[in-house]
Design a protein around this ligand. Sequence first.
Ligand code: NAD
Length: 438
Amino acid sequence: MKIAVVGTGYVGLVTGTCFAETGNNVVCIDINEEKVAQMKSGVIPIYEPHLDVLFERNIREGRLTFSTDLAASIVDAQIIFLALPTPPGEDGSADLSYVLGVAKQLGSLISDYKIIVDKSTVPVGTAELVNNAIAENAKVQFDVVSNPEFLREGFAVDDFMKPDRVVIGTRSERAKQLMNELYKPFTRQGNPIIFMDERSAELTKYAANAFLATKISFMNEIANFCEKVGADVDMVRLGIGTDDRIGKRFLFPGMGYGGSCFPKDVQALAKSGNDSGYEFKILKSVMKVNERQKTTLLKPILDYFNNSLTHTKIAIWGLAFKPDTDDIREAPALYMIEHLLEAGATIVAYDPEAMPNVQKQKGYAITYARDAYEALEGADALLICTEWGMFRNPDFDKIGKALKSKVIFDGRNLYELDKMQELGFFYKSIGRSTVNND
Ligand code: NAD
């Protein structure tokens, strides 16, 4: 099949590359000329495990190309995917200007039947808006389909190639058949392609993200309560996660959810509710809990250093909003950096992939280390913000020697309390008792 993907970010690039991997001819379009030039020269613009191999192979075999020219790129395409940003607008609702702007252009560009697919996360009713925007200028038939994307950054290729399910919102038989054909190679193991109407598909995506965010905030509240009453959240997590009805995943307490999706999607769903005269009480609490959780380690740090960080150097491990990505959107580490700087601390940070993005986008007055241990040299404490695999089993001897004193604030509960006690660290994690060797 011939496919065009408009918007070549995390979702567009993974979508385009994976469709090419199953034999389709894909052109990925983006307005960012620098990014397109980079991709044309074979350089992948994001860090996403396993994507590079597929990216290189499909470029080499001529199935994956890149362009800034929307008009020329969609001429032959049977299906046009919109993988455009839907950032939060000022009032918290999803900003549809990117999606509707391209839809409007497509109306005057299409000259034969096309399927236009919303892959962006969009509020209920957007398929109709996209349909109307195209219809304003279109002289040919087309169908608008809602096909929300559930991939997780860090696992995006696996999630796309072997999705738990594919959700397709359309009432057009013609579109249904083509979409079914396109996705068949991805569901050979029997995972379902679920067809539904456009509105239900749009809401499915928001409901999924809002549910997961709720699970995270719930667990963070349980963790905070554990600290008050002397319970261990990791034990509670194991105790409840073994119940099939609850499930083991998304029960890890930490520094709150971040990233490009959960914060904006929970906010947008709550706003959609308001606009329709429905108050999502749960979502409001989920957001409040998350706001507080992002800086939950700030008070313990201030307490430890007697409320004065002016002569304190903090080493931070992890800047990305989660491991295995270089994405820093809404990363809890950034909130901690801002507060710590404000309190007068000096910061040295290390992240295996996300440092260039922080440097480029944030311009913080902090230092970046070449490796995890260099960051610790002469620091008064280590703060762990992202659970990269390399931080899970570090050389504690080296940590102890590099730090001025053996102090760790761990926002991801990476280490056993007994071990930290034995090694003589001060160790503050989330929802567990503090190990205090002072
Ligand atoms: P992104 O910001 O990484 O990428 C968007 C791309 O679109 C950018 O490269 C930008 O230059 C390009 N763009 C903007 N305007 C354009 C235009 N007029 N024409 C062509 N290109 C244009 O965004 P993303 O993370 O890929 O997210 C895209 C959508 O998918 C959002 O709605 C998001 O909520 C949703 N989503 C994201 C994820 C994720 O993990 N990132 C997962 C599921 C769904």
